[in-house]
Design a protein. Structure first.
Length: 497
């Protein structure tokens, strides 16, 4: 933390030194006007001879009061540092640089090079301002106004500064010391050129630092690449289902959003795993959310969370569903509403059982609710255990170990081990019923593997993976599982209500 603060102050000082050089060497000698409090101070100096650094410190002293209330003490400390640093740099620079007869710094670019000096100067000031802003600082003055607006609204710093600078530069028209109206207009137009280029450079540098790109990766080794990106680069990976038109084959496509400066490492990692991978990289206008830019939009007051009962007391299921639905809904269990009944599941299908449980809870407690039923359907067993998956080995309880032992025994000499998990969710809201289905295909392996999950997870390996549900862990399982897919459909429907 301390090192980061020191780094911020060092780069703020660097940005201010660049700004001082640009202003005193390239803009002041030719009496080029600019925006900001520094530009306003220079206008007063050109017109009256009152030293610009004095005007600069007086105006900023007043604006610091605004900064204290809006931007906070932390921002204010760096602002005070920047204001006084720039003040002393301007004083020192004007003392060190040789003078013209009129007291202004000498013309480094020579006579008649006003436009060229203006271009160099405003490019440097744009870079300087970006350096200061990117390190959580401010040069004071109109920068305080720009940072305040940017804090609450999704308006670029350059746009805010343009509005303030337009007024400052336009004020030249009210100073008769600058000559005739045509001569004043000439000075104003020169100032607008400075304003436009300076703020363009400012936005360009700042956006270049946070520019993001999107990768689409097509590879037979998609799982290895996804694991490497997730573990070595700490990036999220979205797996899409693709279908090749020419080959007719199904394949997985990886979609990753990353910072542009991570591109080289991303390509290097992909090439190490699969040199023949097909990779598409494209720039995106903006990426917002965790790890990227903040979404700066006004939000309506949050509505009260919707309460809904999940007709289960199975803690594994409850944790899994709550994690998938997130914070948008308050999911209650049967225990939470005082229901300790053993709801009979006498249906002949998963749909029947889900509806029986949901209807039982709705009729008795008059609450919006949903229930699920999940079955493992094995091709070689004609879809069994199916609706009887929880009690496949017999008995009254849910004995997962016994169920797996029986299933492995029945498939012992069978090469066809294809299977699928299927979940059906029945939702009842205000008496209206709707069902949702989630399916994940895979196969039954020969031995148990993994210590996470529950039920048949240690012997079910989903399609496209070389690990069982019990090995993949809850985070990955909650993205691809049958229940996750059904719950996601449920969540999408609830959001429309």
């Amino acid at each position: 933390m301390i090192l980061n603060e020191v780094k911020d102050y060092m780069f703020i000082a660097l940005g201010l030194s660049i700004y001082t050089i640009a202003f005193t060497v390239f803009l002041m000698p030719y009496q080029i006007v600019a925006g900001g409090v520094t530009g306003l101070s220079a206008i007063i100096y050109y017109a009256t001879g009152f030293h610009l650094e004095n005007t600069y410190i007086i105006i900023n002293g007043l604006l610091l009061i605004v900064a204290l209330k809006i931007l906070g003490v932390k921002f204010l400390m760096k602002t005070i540092f920047a204001i006084f640093t720039l003040y002393f740099m301007l004083v020192i620079a004007q003392d060190l640089i040789p003078k013209q007869a009129n007291g202004l710094p000498f013309k480094l670019m020579g006579e008649g090079q006003d436009f060229m000096s203006m271009i160099i100067g405003c490019v440097l000031t744009g870079i300087a301002l970006a350096t200061v802003f990117l390190n959580n600082g401010s040069t004071g003055g109109t920068d305080i106004i720009a940072a305040s607006v940017n804090k609450y609204h999704n308006v670029s710093l350059g746009s805010v500064l343009i509005a303030a600078d337009f007024c400052i530069i336009g004020s030249c028209m009210f100073f008769p010391q600058f000559g005739t109206y045509m001569e004043r207009a000439h000075k104003v137009m020169f100032g607008f050129c400075v304003m436009t280029m300076e703020n363009y450079v400012l936005d360009y540098v700042m956006n270049a630092r946070r520019q993001s790109v999107q990768f689409m990766i097509f590879s037979q080794k998609w799982q290895e690449i996804a694991n490497a990106i997730g573990t070595q680069m700490n990036h999220g990976v979205t797996i899409l289902d693709g279908h090749g038109w020419y080959t007719g084959h199904q394949m997985k496509v990886l979609c990753i959003l990353a910072k542009k400066n991570e591109s080289v490492n991303m390509f290097r990692l992909i090439k190490m795993i699969d040199p023949n991978a097909f990779v598409s990289q494209s720039s995106v206008i903006g990426v917002y959310g965790e790890g990227f830019d903040e979404m700066k939009v006004s939000m309506k007051k949050n509505k009260k969370k919707m309460k809904i009962v999940f007709a289960t007391n199975n803690q594994n299921k409850l944790i899994e569903v709550r994690k998938i639905l997130g914070n948008q809904f308050k999911v209650l269990s049967l225990e939470d509403i005082g229901c300790h009944d053993d709801i009979p599941e006498k249906g002949q299908t998963l749909e029947d059982n889900a509806l029986i449980k949901a209807q039982y809870v709705y009729n008795k407690y008059h609450v919006d609710c949903f229930a699920d039923d999940t079955g493992l359907e094995v091709d070689a067993l004609g879809g069994a255990p199916g609706v009887y998956s929880a009690r496949y080995a017999g008995g009254a309880g849910h004995d997962s170990q016994a169920n797996m032992t029986k299933l492995l025994h029945e498939l012992e000499n069978n090469n066809n081990r294809r299977a699928r998990f299927r979940t059906v969710i029945a939702l009842i809201i205000n008496g209206k019923t709707k069902t949702f289905e989630g399916i994940v295909n895979g196969e039954i392996i020969t031995q148990r593997r993994g210590g996470e999950g529950f039920g048949y997870d240690p012997i079910f390996q989903p399609e496209g993976y070389n690990k069982t549900f019990a090995e993949l862990g809850t985070d990955i399982k909650n993205q691809i599982s049958h229940r996750a897919r059904a719950v996601q459909k449920l969540a999408d429907h609830l959001k429309t209500l």
